[in-house]
Design a protein around this ligand. Structure first.
Ligand SMILES: [Zn+2]
Ligand SMILES: [Zn+2]
Length: 389
């Protein structure tokens, strides 16, 4: 029987697990209930469980046969700080928190694969099932790596997966190379001299200077970056002043930078410092910049991506796997795991229209339970293919 048909036999169980997790969303490093459920299920499948990496992370180890080869499969546990607007039965019971990115589905798909693989055992080697906390903003994957994830559980490659609303159910999308952007945060503090707003010549205005810096930052993209290479600078906050007749002492500008290459990222960081400090100095003020590199570029390695494509095609059929899936300027914590190992991050269709087309991070989003069978089957096919008997 094809893997997908065997996994479809317990699709109702997966649906129940997923909806229970959806109803009890937990955010960064507080995924204790979800982590307990994952550990209990893995243990019930006879899988060895290790807990505590990055606080709420869980690793399940399933070793079959005598091969010393090992691969890692990764899912994410966390929800978002969003007030859910759905009205179905499994709606969030934690007000202000919501599984709006489908990580409830990702956790379920990897549990489904763990159940299937522990029962069928048609492979030779070790599978590390990695359940990471805090994918959203807080880099729980990086913390797991820093806590020794791949020293304790070495693997020859690591694989990740995310649902994609708008991609039809039963389809996969992936590409070799840079697939998701780096995400850096910056903060520029401009210090001037406060004065009466009627006498600006007696002060040094951080607002006018700050406004000039905001527009000049966009010139880094249009004049310093190679137009063939993708890059985004978005100023998202500008804080200054408390009164209409006072020029304040300071202004603070914050925002984010996204790129698909490390060299563009290096260039932006360097130019941003020159532009901000240079403009401030020109007007008799100072600017200090902090530049925080949060997530690196997510780069799918060629060999592992070809393996992922083969496994996805075995599940979905050759026509249902897009191998030229467009990159996005969004970012992914899984990129940190790919800094330690070769590997691949693939998209699984969440469906179109009302069933699965609502974008992630939206208060009306829900993971499409029908995608669980495809996702779990992909994981299982990848293991049987890569750790073949
Ligand atoms: Zn998300
Ligand atoms: Zn996500």
């Amino acid at each position: 029987m094809p893997i997908k048909d065997e996994i479809a036999e317990f699709a109702d169980d997966m649906c129940a697990w997923r909806r229970d997790i959806h109803a009890h969303p937990e955010t960064a490093f507080e995924e204790t209930r979800t982590s307990d459920i994952v550990a209990e299920k893995l243990e019930s499948f006879g899988i060895e469980v290790h807990r505590g990496l990055a606080k709420t992370g869980v690793v399940g180890t399933l070793a079959v046969g005598n091969s010393n080869r090992a691969i890692g499969l990764r899912a994410d546990l966390d929800a978002l700080d969003i007030l859910e607007e759905n009205t179905f039965e499994h709606v969030s019971t934690h007000p202000g928190k919501m599984h709006a990115c489908g990580h409830d589905g990702h956790t379920t798909m990897l549990l489904g694969a763990a159940k299937y693989l522990s029962e069928t055992r048609r492979f030779n080697g070790t599978v590390q099932f990695i359940f990471q906390p805090a994918e959203e903003n807080e880099a729980g994957g990086r913390v797991m790596c820093e806590d020794g994830l791949f020293d304790l559980f070495p693997v020859e490659a690591v694989y990740g997966m995310h649902n994609q609303p708008g991609l039809p159910l039963g389809k996969f999308g992936v590409r070799v190379g840079p697939s998701m952007a780096s995400a850096d945060m910056f903060e520029i503090t401009i210090k001037g001299k406060g004065s009466h707003a009627a006498h600006p010549h007696q002060g040094a205005d951080p607002i006018v200077t700050g406004a000039e810096i905001v527009t000049a930052l966009q010139r880094i993209i249009s004049r310093s970056a190679n137009p063939i290479e993708a890059a985004v600078i978005s100023v998202t906050q500008f804080h200054a002043g408390t009164n209409t007749n006072v020029i304040p002492e300071t202004a603070i500008i914050k925002g984010t930078c996204r790129t698909l290459s490390g060299s563009v990222q290096d260039m932006i960081e360097a130019r941003m410092e020159e532009v901000a400090t240079g403009i401030a100095r020109a007007h008799g003020l100072t600017a200090e910049i902090t530049y925080d590199r949060r997530y690196p570029v997510l780069v799918n390695t060629k060999e592992e991506t070809l393996k992922a494509i083969k496994a996805a095609q075995a599940v979905a059929g050759a026509d249902n796997v897009s191998t030229d899936h467009p990159p996005t300027m969004g970012s992914e914590d899984f990129a940190w795991m790919l800094q330690h190992n070769p590997g691949c991050y693939i998209r699984v269709g969440n469906g179109e229209g009302e069933d699965g087309g609502c974008v992630v991070h939206n208060p009306n989003y829900d993971f499409n339970d029908e995608a669980s069978v495809y996702g779990a089957s992909y994981w299982a096919a990848l293991v049987e293919q890569e750790l073949s008997l």
